[in-house]
Write a protein that binds this ligand. Structure first.
Ligand code: GUN
Length: 291
């Protein structure tokens, strides 16, 4: 069994991006600039955004964090988005999800100029991805594909089971895995799927993105399978200063000995998600024309 070290790969890619930024600055171009809108004080969102801001520093990007309280109105957020859309210094921006219930996430996502949508959540980017056109790829799926490539994991003709059908992970990663050049045969499982254990036991690659800690157990995994764990549920822990730890969707301890490759949680997919966002911001700053 080989551990897929997402943190190490992410550090390498951040260095590659920083080298690109140094070249741009040498050519007299401006520093890439990522902005993030954070609403409220959800612990998970605070942590993710703090990691994104730190990654910007490591890549040589400028970053701007715009905060609102939970009672922000939809109109106020839409106005903030309009300002960022029109700010020539901002190359790309994200609105950290989830948002409070009184705000329509879809309306917010659709208000973002797709050319600055470095999360790849806008329907134009999602649509372009699904038909294989250049676009901003959603960060977690892009990070997973990059990990598979950098570990030379063969995907051609592989049976890939994606567990979960969210718009930000399950659906886009299933789309990417079946695309020409990646060439996996993809099955998507969700809460209404029958015989989930049997389906998983047939998988060469399992991508678990359910948000259900420890759901994937040893009896669901074929010997030699590749396991990508996207789960990051916060569970209480007396072992950490923060009082919680992150748990993946895979029963790591019992599943790992059976696999050929497996991602840990934390340190697997998470760091790659952030680095994919950095890559998208670099592309946005280089004003690559997708049209
Ligand atoms: N919430 C959980 N993951 C993400 C992400 O990749 N981007 C944004 N904007 N919010 C998230």
């Amino acid at each position: 069994m080989e551990l897929i070290d997402g943190k190490k790969i992410a550090d390498t890619i951040k260095q590659e991006i920083a080298a690109e930024v140094a070249k741009m600055i040498n050519q007299g171009k401006k520093q890439p600039h990522l902005a993030a809108i954070l609403v409220g004080h959800d612990g998970g969102s605070e942590t993710y955004v703090a990691h994104k801001v730190k990654a910007c520093e490591q890549c040589g990007f400028k970053s701007t964090l715009i905060r609102y309280e939970d009672d922000v109105t939809e109109i106020e957020l839409l106005n903030a988005i309009s300002k960022l859309n029109n700010d020539n210094d901002v190359d790309g921006f994200i609105v950290q999800l989830p948002l409070p219930k009184h705000i329509s996430e879809q309306k917010i996502i659709e208000a973002i100029d797709y050319r600055k949508d470095v999360d790849g959540f806008h329907p134009i980017n999602v649509g372009r991805m699904s038909i294989g056109l250049p676009c901003f790829l959603s960060a977690t799926p892009a990070g997973i594909i990059e990990l598979l490539k950098r570990y030379n994991i063969s995907t051609k003709g592989a049976n890939c089971v994606v567990m979960g059908r969210s718009n930000i992970v399950g659906k886009p990663v299933a789309t990417l895995m079946m695309q020409k050049g990646i060439d996996a045969t993809v099955t998507v499982c969700h809460s209404a799927t029958k015989n989930i254990k049997e389906i998983c036991r047939n998988a060469d690659i399992i991508i678990a993105a359910l948000g259900s800690p420890g759901f994937v157990t040893e009896d669901m995994v074929k010997a030699g399978a590749v396991i990508i764990d996207v789960g990051t549920t916060r569970v209480a822990s007396t072992l950490t200063k923060s009082g919680f730890k992150l748990r993946g969707d895979v029963d790591f301890e019992n599943v790992a000995p059976k696999c050929s490759f497996i991602t840990p949680v934390p340190g697997g997919v998470g760091p790659m998600t952030i680095v994919s966002l950095m890559r998208n911001t670099l592309i946005a700053a280089q004003k690559v024309n997708f049209d």
